[in-house]
Design a protein around this ligand. Sequence first.
Ligand SMILES: *Cc1c(COP(=O)(O)O)cnc(C)c1O
Length: 468
Amino acid sequence: MKYVSTRGSAPILDFEQVLLAGLAEDGGLYVPQSWPQFSADELRAMRGLSYVEIARRVMTPFIGDAIAPADFARIVEDAYAGFDHKAVTPLKQLDQNFWVLELFHGPTLAFKDVALQLLGRLFDHVLTKRGERVTIVGATSGDTGSAAIEACRDRASIDIFILHPRGRTSEVQRRQMTTVLSSNVHNIALEGTFDDCQDQVKAMFNDPAFRASQRLSAVNSINWARIMAQIVYYIAAGVALGAPDRRIAFSVPTGNFGNVYAAYAAKQMGLPIEKLVVGSNRNDILTRFFNSGEMKITGVEPSLSPSMDIQVSSNFERLLFDMMDRDGRQLAETMTSFRASGSFAVGDNQLGNAKQLFEAHRIDDAQTQDIIRTIHAETGEILDPHTAVGVGAGRAVSLDPDIALIALACAHPAKFPDAVEQATGIRPALPRHLADLYEREERVTVLPNDLAALQKYVSEKTRLKGAA
Ligand SMILES: *Cc1c(COP(=O)(O)O)cnc(C)c1O
């Protein structure tokens, strides 16, 4: 399998290169040159298989001969062995034709684990084979840092440094990061804000000598392998409910558009999907786009679903590439003027085609609370605020009554206990594997908001030291 950049002028890469590259040299995102196809019979043959076996079948065409089949099988098995549900991503029925797909059974209780647990192992495998190492550096406001840390902990070829703003994350979020005591994990509490953390990470990447000597890398949301890993649970859930012989639709709470783009990819690969419902919170750039054809930047406001508080959805570029018939030059021009003017629009035809599959709804904080309360009253299930946005958007769509609607449950309610308690009066408990989180030892280094101090710390702690 070969991968092309959405902006048309970066080199065509194979899987191993695309995994390590992340962003393309021309500023674009990598996508497969063509979509692997699964026939109806091949999909039917996946019914009843384990998640790990479905994952192996779905991802193998993307990997080609980059990783030996036996190695890949072992990596996939290992990636999902730590999930606390044997089905990895179980489905739970809430109504006659309505399910939630629970994606929060990984180590940090959010769906990003599904992709990152695999990504960390793939990175390590490929780097070890090449005799290389990397230093991952990232900033977090609290939510995504722990998933990256859990993905990279104890990996022989990776050191990871995550900056969080000191005193500005919730205690659960901080402890999920700082109680990982692996020697290759370095938590930095920066004396500053989340923006300061992001600026310092950018500054480290923008220092060419430091970037090269430390072999800096990132596991960000535009990496193709993350999308690849997310395609699996759409196919697994679809076939479990009877696809391709039963009509299905998904409702996905959306920030960077990565998760719902993976659903789109599953459809391109042969899974029949009637509708993809895009749920946004008050930061509704995507909902406005699907309703008007115009993508227009406005400010970001905090909401009850912070992982969806985004200004621009970076992975949307991958869908736009297909909407523009894979014309990289046209897409690059569109993105350049988008950056300059803060908006772009697509034609009526392009929008009309997209709307055959996509439908978007905005769910504000009051509606989010209302959905958490209502679903709890109706079913006894407690949803986290992100999941509630997806469920609310799904319920706003009028689907044929025979279509099975699957809403993606993207975080465990205990990750956002305040919003859940406000809606239901119940403070959700942490699952068993994190029950002793508040007793665990923490390790964290407080550093000033100063580039030189950070660079000194990273270069002293990384196991690269002296290896260059
Ligand atoms: C990251 C995240 C999202 C948004 O996913 P995208 O792939 O960025 O659209 C939604 N919910 C939770 C809990 C998340 O962590």
